[in-house]
Write a protein that binds this ligand. Structure first.
Ligand SMILES: [Zn+2]
Ligand SMILES: [Zn+2]
Length: 317
């Protein structure tokens, strides 16, 4: 059996009794969707084919919002037929490379292929402006030749940066994006995001350890997409990989978060397994102290949020 099929079976058995969440194999069955969330990449730094770099697309009303631009986000967008010119804005949770390395491809190839004609607004923590300035310098040769030889419109190559603080950072066409601080250890600042539309919401944890502030901002959300790291119970602080675990959230800690937030559905993305543990272990360890709806995210999984939440696995990877 294929992994998506197993996931579908798992979801049916886990969630069907709750009456709030269901799974469809055909997204055309979804009637009125207020917020559509697509996991473009659910991985971490290791270059896995089945889990691309972290990136999540949130579509609500006329807004198409991209959160992080990890490795391969442009290819994943291509798979769901969303072109670069359709992106309303890009938001970075923090500037770790796994969350930003997909940007040059997204931006430059996206501009070339989609022939975008207007700048892209980019929101991110302190340091985003400097990073973008250097990227624009690094790719100045390409940008110049695309304008001169390929007759690309210069406006479409522009990235307009706004560095953010905690609070409402974007409000357009009924869609509100709220940034909140999370705890990614020494990586400061690092943000999570809450996106609201028509009385529904999705919360993205970004990279974080157990965070009380996240719980505060996530409470009552329909969908909570949270990161996770799994390590052996016996891991000692002297282990060379301990620092990875110390920056992220263990399944037991995530269970505590889910119990506080009580989302209609919790999903894992940014799944870190530096010691080779399995995803089943992550779910098992979470469920030992959390009994609510929970799903292991996978690339191109789609969540359709209205008064219910539908989950669709991608069948054509
Ligand atoms: Zn990360
Ligand atoms: Zn990080």
């Amino acid at each position: 059996m294929t992994r998506p099929f197993l996931t579908a079976v798992f979801v049916i058995f886990t969630l069907i009794s709750l009456g709030q969440v269901n799974i469809n194999k055909d997204s055309s069955h979804v009637s009125v969707v207020d917020i559509k969330v697509t996991l473009l990449g659910t991985g971490t730094p290791p270059p896995l084919m089945e889990r691309f770099g972290p990136s999540i697309l949130v579509q609500a009303g006329s807004e198409t919002l991209l959160f992080d631009a990890g490795r391969g986000c442009l290819q994943r967008l291509r798979q769901i037929n969303v072109t670069y010119d359709k992106i309303s804005a890009l938001f970075f949770t923090h500037l770790h490379s796994d969350h930003v390395v997909g940007l040059p491809d997204l931006w430059l190839t996206g501009w070339l292929v989609s022939q975008r004609t207007k700048p892209l607004n980019v929101f991110g923590p302190t340091g985003t402006d400097e990073m973008i300035t250097y990227l624009q310098k690094a790719f100045a040769f390409d940008i110049k030749t695309r304008i001169e030889n390929d007759k690309q419109l210069k406006e479409g190559s522009k990235l307009l940066v706004k560095e953010i603080q905690q609070g409402v950072i974007y409000e357009k066409n009924g869609v509100k994006v709220i940034a909140f601080k999370v705890d990614h250890g020494i990586i400061k600042p690092a943000f999570g995001y809450r996106i609201e539309y028509k009385g529904h919401s999705v919360v993205l944890s970004g990279d974080t350890r157990y965070s009380e502030n996240l719980i505060k901002y996530a409470r009552g959300t329909d969908l909570l997409i949270h990161e996770v790291v799994i390590a052996p119970d016996t891991l000692s602080e002297s282990d060379p990989k301990y620092h990875i675990v110390a920056l992220h959230t263990t399944p037991e800690q995530a269970a505590k978060v889910f119990n506080e937030v009580k989302p209609k559905l919790a999903a894992y993305s940014h799944i870190a397994k530096p010691f080779g543990n399995t995803e089943q272990e992550i779910l098992k360890r979470t469920k030992s102290s959390y009994s609510g709806p929970l799903i292991m995210g996978e690339d191109l999984m789609i969540f359709s949020i209205s008064d219910t939440i539908s989950v669709n696995s991608w069948q054509n990877k």
